[in-house]
Design a protein around this ligand. Structure first.
Ligand code: SF4
Length: 217
């Protein structure tokens, strides 16, 4: 069997790229572990705080966190326990369904999450060092790979509304509940909520830039 891990067999373009991607994930894991030594947080706890800062309110739950981390409900609950013990989050049962446990950052958790925002700066700096044409090609290639991995169930994509096929921009501009509309939830969307990450995001078209924070008309 041909394996990209075997240096003698790593002579195809696909094999070399696969190993390069593997090394990038190793670098990210290393960066998270190093940051964790300073903050006394595990890589999973770091991901959880950033998830709770930017996820749509409806998915800030034990189940939503489990989905995002790709772990079981019990593991997610354990992560929430540890973060609550550090007084970084607060768990509260949903009033209309006590079985659903919502999670929210405490003020201390907000501060901690804010200080973690730069955790991927080194990766971004390496990307920014590439010529723009290479960045564009890399973006499209990376998105295609991520989309395929998503379809295979290996990764869950959370994205903001702009660029989602369910997003209706300015559908009801005078509605006090929000000028935009989500056709998936059939609900109005206030502007700030359109910038929260949502697991129900479906790209409006293949070429849409999944990571864009720019409004797409
Ligand atoms: S389904 Fe799409 S439009 Fe609706 S909240 Fe999620 S990302 Fe926004």
């Amino acid at each position: 069997m041909i394996s990209p891990f075997n240096p003698k067999q790593r002579n195809t373009l696909g094999g070399r790229i696969t190993i390069a991607l593997y090394r990038i994930t190793q670098a990210i894991e290393h960066i998270f572990r190093e940051r964790g030594k300073v903050t006394r947080l595990s890589p999973t706890q770091i991901q959880s705080l950033l998830f709770l800062k930017y996820a749509r309110p409806g998915v800030r739950t034990i189940g939503g966190l489990a989905n995002r981390l790709g772990v079981t409900h019990a593991t997610s609950s354990g992560v929430a326990d540890a973060l609550e013990h550090k007084r970084l989050i607060k768990r509260t049962p949903l009033p209309e369904d006590q079985r659903v446990i919502t999670l929210r950052l405490t003020p201390k958790g907000e501060d901690e999450a804010g200080m973690l925002e730069d955790v991927l700066d080194e990766i971004e700096a390496a990307v920014n060092a590439l010529p723009e044409a290479e960045q564009t090609a890399l973006l499209h290639a990376a998105q295609s790979i991520v989309r395929r991995l998503q379809q295979a169930g290996y990764v869950k994509i959370y994205e903001i509304c702009w660029g989602c096929q369910f997003f209706r921009k300015d559908a009801h501009p005078d509605d006090p509940r929000g000028p935009h509309h989500c056709a998936f939830m059939d609900a109005p969307l206030p502007e700030p909520q359109t910038y929260l990450e949502c697991p129900d995001f479906v790209p409006a078209e293949k070429e849409v830039i999944l990571c864009s924070t720019e409004p797409i008309d």
